[in-house]
Design a protein around this ligand. Structure first.
Ligand code: SF4
Ligand code: SF4
Length: 386
């Protein structure tokens, strides 16, 4: 009888919806970002000397920091630590294919729009996105703070971003757990490249469909973004931004790639229900920061930076490691307790973390018990070796 009582009390304590009081008050940074400052842009201009000279005149504070990673082998390089022809060449094949998609992110709009209600079109886009392979799809109002101030990649380098679309449609696709768990070995780069391609194809299909329906639309794909995809995805209700600065989704944690389409089509925005349990969990859990080979992820509690409560990783350190490993590493993503396989048990744990503050606290520690405080990368599957 006593045991039964104890079990009932514990059951109530851990399973009742007791969310806890933790809450973020400020989520929008004061300053908008120039794409010229992101690491991919700074890496790209090493091959465009005239742009590089101007960049370090405009941002002299980045010169010494960039000289550190510029001396290393480089992302995808043959001389890098984890170079392996199969996975590296497979990733090159995916990135090469993406180049053919960039000219079609935009296109002609049907001059005679189809008559359709916002309800019907929204229902179609949300459902078709999932049929095309997305795990989750959402819509938000497109805001200035979602957009870069200026472009930093390719032909558009230095151009002011002028996107007056009303809505952002964001979706996520899954990054394969088996490939990612080998990170920083080659399969993680192979999977990243493939999911950039996969999300790019879905974005382009949806944007093209909306233009054929008669509404201006643009796909935002790898190497051709006008916006910060995780911010759009968060505001479209797809997740929250965690310690590593990535979108943490309820389904797969950070183990996703994000695709975005902006449009003037009549749509209904998805209701965002902020889930601050993620930030509280990240405050207690530091697994990504502990395993990060470059110590790029902060170990501090969430703090206010430029007007928003968040964590900010050290991008130069992270990218510096990528230039040593040759891959985009992904250790942080693969060890995250939210990123475990999408099955009944893990989904139950993810639900418990959202639902109950005591469950949340215990789950942080149980993850260490079951998966280790510092999980090791898994072995590369035989067929991918070499
Ligand atoms: S590993 Fe832990 S701290 Fe890092 S993002 Fe995942 S839950 Fe948050
Ligand atoms: S990708 Fe690797 S180096 Fe970069 S933050 Fe994650 S664990 Fe650290």
């Amino acid at each position: 009888m006593v045991y039964l009582l104890i079990i009932m009390v514990l059951g109530l304590l851990f399973f009742l919806p007791i969310k806890g009081k933790f809450k973020l008050i400020k989520e929008t940074p004061k300053t908008r970002i120039s794409e010229r400052n992101i690491m991919f842009s700074r890496s790209e201009i090493t091959r465009r000397t005239e742009l590089q000279e101007q960049y370090y005149k405009d941002f002299p504070e980045h010169k010494d920091l960039d000289e550190v990673w510029q001396k290393k082998a480089g992302l995808g390089a043959k001389e890098s630590q984890f170079y392996a022809p199969l996975s590296f060449k497979a990733s090159e094949a995916s990135f090469h294919t993406i180049e053919f998609l960039r000219p079609i992110v935009n296109g002609a709009v049907n001059p005679i729009p189809e008559e359709i209600s916002a309800e019907k079109l929204t229902e179609f886009v949300l459902n078709w996105g999932k049929k095309l392979g997305a795990i989750s799809v959402g819509i938000c109002d497109l805001k200035k703070e979602h957009l870069y101030t200026e472009r930093g990649r390719g032909e558009a380098y230095g151009k002011k971003v002028e996107n007056n679309h009303r809505f952002g449609i964001a979706f996520t696709v899954e990054m394969d757990e088996e490939y990612l768990s080998t990170g920083p070995a080659g399969p993680t780069l192979m999977e990243s490249a493939y999911q950039y391609l996969n999300s790019g194809v879905i974005s382009i299909q949806i944007a093209e469909f909306l233009r054929r329906m008669g509404f201006e639309s643009r796909a935002h794909i790898d190497g051709d973004y006008e916006l910060i995809a995780p911010l759009v995805a968060r505001d479209a209700g797809l997740g929250e931004l965690g310690r590593m600065g990535l979108l943490m989704t309820p389904e797969l944690g950070p183990r996703v790639r994000i695709g975005v389409i902006t449009t003037n089509a009549p749509l209904i925005i998805s209701e965002r229900k902020p889930d601050y349990s993620v930030h509280q969990f990240c405050n207690w859990c530091m697994k990504c920061a502990v395993v990060c080979p470059s110590q790029a992820i902060p170990k501090t509690p969430i703090e206010e930076l430029d007007g928003a409560q968040r964590w900010k990783i050290n991008h130069e350190k992270c990218f510096g490691y990528w230039c040593t490993s040759g891959t985009d590493c992904g250790r942080c993503m693969s060890v995250c307790p939210y990123a475990h396989k999408n099955n009944g048990l893990h989904n139950f744990v993810r639900w418990g973390i959202r639902n109950n503050v005591f469950f949340r606290y215990v789950a942080v520690h149980l993850d260490d018990v079951f998966y280790g405080k510092k999980p090791k990368p898994k072995k590369v599957p035989d067929w991918l070796e070499g």
